[in-house]
Every structure is written in C-alpha cells, then in structure tokens.
Design a protein. Structure first.
Ligand SMILES: C[S@@+](CC[C@H](N)C(=O)[O-])C[C@H]1O[C@@H](n2cnc3c(N)ncnc32)[C@H](O)[C@@H]1O
Length: 310
C-alpha cells in the first residue's frame, strides 16, 4: 500500500459556498436572531415528524414534512437527504461505486473531487487510484496505491501530470464529483475522456436535481447539486455517439457514460457554443420530464447494459 501526496495548491474558485458556510458558522456561534432560531427549532420538529411518517410508510406526508423542514431551514441537510431517499429508493451512490469497481476492475481509477476520501477509498488493489482535489480533508486510509493531487482539475489537466502518472496506461473508470457547475463538469468530461479508452466508463455525480434551490448556480444550501444536470442534455445533443444512462440513486443520481471516443474533438472545438447553449436551461426543463431529459434508468445494481465491461 502506498499513498503518494503531491502538494501543489493552486487557484481555486468556490463560488458562493462562503455565504452558506458563513450562515452556518454564525448559527453555531449562537449569533442567529430569535426568529431564525425559532425557524430552526420548528424545522427540526418537522424533520422528526417526517422521519416518523417515513418509518410508518406514509411517504406523501413524509415528503411534505421534509419540504417544510428545509423551507424553514435551508441548511438542514438531513431534510433534503430525507426527501432524496424517498424520491430515489434503492441502493445509494455509496453502494453503486464499489459495485462498479467490482464489475469493471479498473487498472486505473481517476476521481475528480475527493473531499474526505470516502469514495476514492473504494479502489481496490491492483487498481491504481488518482484523486484530484484542491483542498481534500482525508479521514480514511486508502487500500489501493493512490496518488492524491492537491490541485483544481483544470490545473491538473493543464500541467501535464496525468500523462506522467499514466505512462502507457489510460483511465478505465472515472468519477467526476468536483466543482458543481455545468461548465466545469463539461471541461472535466472533455479532459477525462481524452485520457480514456473507448471501453472505459465515466461516472458523473449530482446529475439529478432535487429541487430548484439546490440546483441554483449560487449555492445557498448544504445539500447542493448545482446545475450539473445540464451536462446530460448537452452531451446528448453534441455527442449522440455516447451511451448515457442516469441511475436514479440517492441522493443526487449518477450518470454513467460509455462508448467513449478519446479522439473526439467535438466538445472541445464547440465548447463555447455548448456552454452558451445549455448554461441557461431553466430548472423547469428538467423538472417537467426528468426521465426523458436525463435518460433515467431504474436503480438496480447490475441491471443496466452500461455496467458490465464491454
Ligand atoms: C462533493 S465533494 C466530493 C465528495 C466525494 N467524491 C464523496 O462522494 O464523498 C466535492 C469536492 O470537490 C472539490 N473541488 C472543488 N472544486 C474543484 C475543482 N475545480 N477541481 C477538483 N476538485 C474540486 C472540493 O474541494 C470538494 O472536496
């Protein structure tokens, strides 16, 4: 086992996360006003009620109670997570990722957005794992040989570190879970695909938005997908050659992309046009028919054509 840490902190842009963090800190420091405190208390009461309703199988009322809870306290992440669990029953993404490792047995696994390392650690020997995150906060041990690169994904791909790490290999399985903005995920996808094999798999996190607020480009909640979902209609439009399925798994979906073309230049050459065309999609577009817009498939481990190696 080895854990190679590359320390090279570079530019990073955390849009508006600060406002949410600041509000949380202010509350923790006891500086919230009386009405804000009262709303938080009521939110917790609705959260408790929602859990009881859910436990007894009254899902419609539980959903309503979860919604009331996070309307009162948008930072009550447990309320959003509770609603997501009702909306997307079955195995969650932390069950899906080890399943994909077991089925695909990737020689090289690349993860963009590592945070505590709880998903990077799913890589098992002999997989070689590479994690990229400008500010990880690792709280676990890695079993596979792992390189942790402390950079933004843009810097990582720009500075040529990946070819150096890969040698004559390519990325077999990738998980994109970094900055939750559509145009960043598009760039990450372009850069990752260029380093894959045609039979590799790219998995995108946070592609099913829970509601309008949590998919806004400005982050005001702790439960936050941002507008990552726009990557799915964008890829469907510009790259009909890709095989794209979104698994309805809690909390925020996983989009599995296969039939890759590492030599394709369509997205890089039409990048600005693609961003301009899709960045302004309204939430109503996906809310009206998520199954069609996102190519949603049932949340069944081992059930999709995309999951087995080709
Ligand atoms: C949602 S967390 C990742 C969680 C982890 N994959 C998991 O499932 O537990 C997102 C991470 O992306 C990182 N991040 C933010 N901007 C990034 C960027 N431009 N490139 C790479 N990572 C980024 C953040 O530091 C954060 O740790």
């Amino acid at each position: 086992m080895s854990f190679n840490e590359v320390v090279s902190i570079t530019s990073q842009n955390f849009p508006s996360m600060f406002s949410a963090v600041f509000r949380r800190l202010r509350a923790l420091l006891g500086q919230a006003g009386p009405s804000e405190e009262a709303a938080k208390t009521r939110a917790l009461e609705h959260l408790a009620r929602a859990s009881q309703l859910e436990a007894r199988g009254d899902l419609a009322d539980a959903e309503a109670a979860y919604r009331t809870a996070f309307a009162l306290d948008p930072l009550l992440v447990e309320a959003h997570a509770g609603l997501a669990g009702i909306r997307w029953p079955g195995p969650d993404y932390l069950q899906w990722l080890p399943h994909l490792h077991a089925v695909r047995r990737p020689a090289v696994y690349l993860e963009i957005g590592v945070s505590t390392g709880r998903t990077l650690r799913f890589a098992q020997p002999p997989t070689r794992a590479i994690g990229v995150d400008p500010s990880p906060a690792i709280d676990c041990e890695f079993i596979a040989e792992t390189d942790l690169i402390r950079e933004t994904s843009d810097d990582f791909f720009r500075n040529g570190r990946l070819p150096e790490l890969l040698g004559d290999r390519r990325v077999d399985l990738a998980f994109i879970d970094g900055l939750h903005l559509f145009e960043q995920v598009l760039r990450d996808f372009i850069n990752v695909e260029a380093n894959c094999l045609p039979q590799s798999m790219i998995v995108l996190h946070d592609t099913i938005p829970l509601d309008e607020q949590t998919q806004n480009r400005v982050c005001t909640t702790r439960f936050y997908t941002g507008d990552v979902w726009k990557i799915v209609p964008c890829l469907k439009h510009y790259r009909p050659d890709l095989h794209i399925e979104t698994v309805a798994t809690a909390p925020t979906g996983l989009t599995i992309v296969t039939n890759l073309d590492p030599g394709s230049r369509v997205l890089s050459e039409r990048h600005d046009e693609a961003v301009a065309a899709f960045i302004g999609l309204p939430y109503a577009e996906v809310a009206a028919d998520p199954a069609r817009v996102l190519n949603i498939v049932p949340n069944t481990l081992g059930g999709g054509a995309n999951q087995a190696p080709s």
